[in-house]
Ligand binder design. Structure first.
Ligand code: 5GP
Ligand code: MG
Ligand code: MG
Length: 178
């Protein structure tokens, strides 16, 4: 599995350190708001888990699964595969995401939660590829700003593989080019 990685971008140690910083910032803002933390499956699972262990105040957790379909007409469409169990009305919501790429997924989710009456919606993403953005959305808490390369590990997959790598790395082109 490690042989398929071109290079490591962010080691477990670097991610831990950055998670400490992000958690401190989120704690300062949300410690008395009883926020609802929403993890976007499946990619954000590991990052969410690491963040939750650092958020030592009253909060709730829920899950959502969203997939984006790029139709032949190239207009990216987003679909809700698994809905929340929680009512978000009046809640302070923090979305945990693995990576912001075109921004379509998050744009859709943020709008959905606002439409359902969330008091506020913040985005916390481990990774951000601003060079690939197609719709305007920014993360409120971002771990690392990355180059436009295909990344795997730490939750991020290629064909549902590599999620369990304990670091974020660049996948060798030979893996997906053949
Ligand atoms: P967006 O809607 O912002 O284009 O897409 C975000 C989703 O696309 C992420 O949650 C992730 O599932 C997937 N994605 C975007 N860039 C990458 C990448 O470099 N590697 C992997 N594994 N998934 C990515
Ligand atoms: Mg995703
Ligand atoms: Mg999915």
């Amino acid at each position: 599995m490690n042989n398929d990685i071109e290079r490591v971008l962010y080691s477990q140690e670097e991610i831990n350190h950055r998670a400490d910083e992000l958690a401190a910032a989120i704690t300062e803002e949300y410690h008395d708001q009883n926020p609802l933390v929403i993890s976007v499956l499946t990619g954000a699972m590991i990052f969410t888990s690491d963040m939750l262990k650092r958020l030592n105040f009253k909060l709730n957790v829920d899950l959502v699964d969203v997939s984006s379909y790029d139709g032949t007409d190239s207009t990216g469409q987003v679909k809700l595969d698994l809905d929340l169990k929680s009512d978000v009305k009046g809640r302070s919501v923090i979305i945990m995401e693995d990576i912001i790429d075109t921004g379509r997924t998050l744009k859709y989710l943020v709008q959905l939660l606002k439409d359902r009456g969330a008091k506020s919606v913040a985005v916390c993403a481990l990774l951000d590829k601003p060079g690939r953005r197609e719709v305007s959305i920014e993360g409120d808490y971002v771990g690392f700003t990355t180059p436009n390369e295909f990344l795997v590990g730490y939750g991020l997959d290629y064909n549902n593989l590599y999620r369990n790598l304990p670091y974020v790395g660049v996948l060798k082109r030979s893996v997906y080019a053949n």
